[in-house]
Each structure stands twice: as C-alpha cells, then as structure tokens.
Write a new protein. Sequence first.
Length: 194
Amino acid sequence: MIINDAIDEIVDNIKDVSSEIDDERIMEMLDMLISANNVFIIGLGRSGLVARAFAMRLMHLGINVYVVGETITPAINPDDCLLAISGSGETSFIISTAKISRQRNAKIIAVTSYDDSTLGDLSDLIIHVKGRTKIDSEKDYIKRQINGKHQPLAPLGTLFEVSTLIFLEGVIAELMNKMGKTEDDLKARHTVLE
C-alpha cells in the first residue's frame, strides 16, 4: 500500500515549509493581522476550506475577520487587510478580489507557492508555502525521471493545501504568544450554539 509513502511525502513537505520560514516576514504578517481594523480571508476550493479554518482561529483570538463571499462581509477599507490563499497565485476570482483590495488601499498578504505570480505582484507581503499545485507538471516522462522528479503521491494541490493549513496553525500559535492569549481566551470565544 502507498498510504505510508503518501503520508511521508506530505509530512516531508510540511517539514520543508517549516525549515524555510522567514522570521521577518512572519513578524510583518503578524503585525499586519493585528493592526488591521478588519481581516478579510479568501481562498477557493480546498484552499477555501483552509481559509475558513484560519478565519475561525482569528475570530477566537478576537480579531475582526470576514471570509470573502459570505453575506455579512462588509466593504474593505484602507485600514483593512486581505489574506489571499492561492497555490498558483493565478486564481481569477482571487486576483480580482486582490485588485479591488489594492484599489481601496487595503494591505494584501499572499500565501502562495508562486511568489512570481499575479497575486504576488499585487501583494504587500508574500508568504511562500512550498507545495505542488495543480499547475505543476513535467510532461516529459524521461526528463522527469532523469531529474529525479517522480509523480507525487499527493494529488493536485494537496501538498500546498495541507502545508498551508499546518503553517497557518503555527501562525495562530505565534499570534497567541504575541497577543498574550491563552487557550482559555480562545475557548471563551468558541461557539456555544452547537
């Protein structure tokens, strides 16, 4: 069975992401999230699920946060921040949202595998998360084998999405520390309507 190899591939990618963390960029990201009047989070597909999970934790920390596309999402303004998750950095709806945010002078944080992308170009801060995204592929089998690039066991954007989820959970731990919050503080804001 390949399940263990697939899990190892995912865990190895997460370890690579962890080892490549740029402390200065993380501190800048934390400052942008804390200082924003409102934080807007966007991601589509599975990245959208990661975005929602991160938004929930920001809410638990007491940060005013909205998921783009929800009916209660207000207008974005200059003192706000958009955090956009896109492995490729080329997802059209995310690009159009980033362009609107840029026109309205909001800060933009890109979480992407492709720093040199349209989303990266629109952003104030790029957080690079290594991962094969759905646009990666080497079509020449022989060239791929010679270069040691074998077909990943984790399909499409799995490496990016799972690594981003874990990375953003680490960001929450950093925010808790920086904001002096405890797990009890988060529990106090956890939903009771369930």
